[in-house]
Design a protein around this ligand. Structure first.
Ligand code: ADE
Length: 229
């Protein structure tokens, strides 16, 4: 998969993809993340990207021309499955969206700043608008990093143990069960006996029931969301 991220502060995205699982994905050739500086498409001597809002009001708006030029530049090189705009008024991001996006070949992600981007770009270029939660970040970069990380780990071959993403919280609308490692007794705090029993079927059943219990207690909305599906 190839992801092109368009940003006015590309430095913010230098870290997230150069470590750990995302780095492994890149090293294996499974995920290519290219971060581009929108300033390269800025207007005039000052490489202007934003301007005052029509109708008045505080805050600058990202202009059409640099965004259109930048998007069309990359569109002339390949076809994108989605052109995504990161924005707090987008659709709330969840694991289902991550699963769907992980099947794509080329994604473009536009990171907003200031008051956001001119509405005409949203109408004519953007195919998907994503919010990572009901709070406002100072720009779309960190949100884009969240989305790319969650997608990248779902690409087959990225995680060492192919099955492990299948058991993540939310993958089947349940939170993950509790996990333990050695020692089996730490300060008298014991690991549940069942996990030491070696009885695979019983362990699976225990895990499922713990997942269900945890979801009921902490996120009952996830169970209700499924009604009627
Ligand atoms: N940009 C600013 N806030 C955001 C959010 N919550 N989700 C996505 N992009 C954003």
């Amino acid at each position: 998969m190839r992801v092109d991220i368009i940003s006015v502060i590309p430095g913010l995205l230098e870290g997230p993809f150069s470590h750990s699982i995302m780095k492994r994905a890149a090293d294996k050739g499974l995920l290519e993340v290219h971060v581009h500086n929108l300033r390269d498409w800025g207007l005039g001597k000052h490489r202007q990207l934003d301007d005052y809002q029509f109708g008045g009001g505080a805050g600058m708006v990202m202009m059409c021309q640099p965004l259109a030029d930048c998007i069309e530049h990359f569109q002339s090189e390949r076809t994108y499955d989605e052109i995504i705009y990161m924005t707090p008024d987008g659709k709330r991001y969840d694991q289902k969206m991550a699963n769907r996006l992980s099947l794509c070949t080329n994604l473009m992600i536009i990171c907003g700043h200031y008051k956001g981007i001119d509405e005409r770009i949203r109408e004519h270029f953007i195919t998907m608008e994503i919010s990572i939660g009901d709070y406002v970040l100072s720009g779309g970069e960190l949100a884009a990093a969240v989305v790319v990380d969650s997608i990248g780990r779902l690409i087959p071959g990225v995680l060492g143990d192919e099955t492990s993403a299948l058991f993540d919280s939310f993958q089947d609308d349940l939170l993950a069960p509790p996990v333990y490692t050695r020692p089996a007794d730490f300060r008298g705090w014991k690991v549940p006996d069942i996990l030491l029993s070696g009885h695979t079927a019983k362990i699976e059943e225990w895990r499922y029931l713990e997942s269900l219990e945890r979801t009921k207690k902490r996120r009952p909305d996830l169970l209700n969301d499924n009604e009627g599906e």
